[in-house]
Design a protein around this ligand. Structure first.
Ligand code: FES
Length: 258
């Protein structure tokens, strides 16, 4: 391995290289705190009048779930330690944790490995992703398959939400749920594994026009993957907060039809 040049300074960078890791720690830390509190609240996840279900509780599968919100049955015990969406949350966590962008984000900001280009690593040794537990990052492709199924479930939730006591209904909550689902699809399809599944291992694009078109489409999303990673954290939290606020009667949904 090459030796570092003989300079005493830890880094010669004079710009604010620490700013991006700092913002990442604050942003991810705040989001994980909010999500953890909400997941173990076991309340305010369902709006009976309009059938709005927050994505943090989808699908609701424990015995404590409101029966109308349990679209796939209540198959798990209702202990507080078990999240109501216990069948999906672990896969979503795995999907985000193993995501190529989030890896960069938390390796740099939380693990300081390294915190920025041309700044020394916070650790003495480096083994990359060759050993346990980081070798598990290779599971990302399988987490992607699970994320596609979960996005389909979230889409189904958004469709079911076009319900009101008088039949079809449409309100601000529907827009919130739909925007969240569209952004979730954009993030999921912009995944690097998705791009490889679409266009990888092909010798001739000309012989696979459908895959070529799909690869071209996801490639356009792929260049925005980092932005989509953050946008979807925002839309997920906002959607959950909106459903919680309606469910807790903090304010009423803005209704356009019924
Ligand atoms: S690379 Fe980020 S979700 Fe797959």
């Amino acid at each position: 391995m090459r030796q570092r040049a003989a300079i005493t300074a830890k880094t010669l960078r004079t710009d604010r290289w620490w700013f991006a890791p700092l913002i990442t720690v604050i942003g991810l830390g705040a989001w994980v705190t909010y999500a953890t509190v909400r997941v173990f609240m076991h309340d305010f996840y369902w709006v009976e009048d309009y059938h709005y279900l927050t994505p943090f509780y989808s699908p609701c599968v424990t015995e404590t779930c409101v029966p109308e919100a349990a679209h796939f049955g209540r198959v798990l015990p209702g202990w507080w330690i078990i999240p109501d969406a216990a069948l999906t949350l672990p896969f979503l966590l795995l999907f985000r944790l193993t995501c190529y962008y989030y890896r960069k984000a938390y390796y740099r900001s939380f693990w300081l490995s390294p915190p920025a280009c041309a700044v020394p690593d916070g650790h003495k040794t480096y083994s990359g992703e060759t050993r346990f537990p980081l070798v598990g990052q290779n599971l990302h492709r399988y987490a992607f398959y699970a994320a596609v199924i979960i996005s389909l479930i979230n889409t189904w939730d958004a469709v079911l939400a076009f319900h009101s006591p008088k039949g079809f209904g449409f309100g601000l909550g529907n827009i919130v749920l739909l925007v969240n689902v569209v952004m979730l699809w954009a993030y999921t399809l912009s995944c690097h594994s998705c791009r490889h599944i679409a266009g990888g291992r092909l010798k001739h694009f000309s012989k696979h026009p459908v895959r070529y078109r799909f690869w071209t489409f996801v490639s356009k999303l792929n260049v925005r993957h980092m932005q989509l990673a953050w946008i979807t954290l925002g839309t997920l939290a906002l959607t959950d907060f909106y459903v919680m606020a309606l469910s807790a009667d903090w304010f009423n949904d803005l209704r356009f039809i019924n």
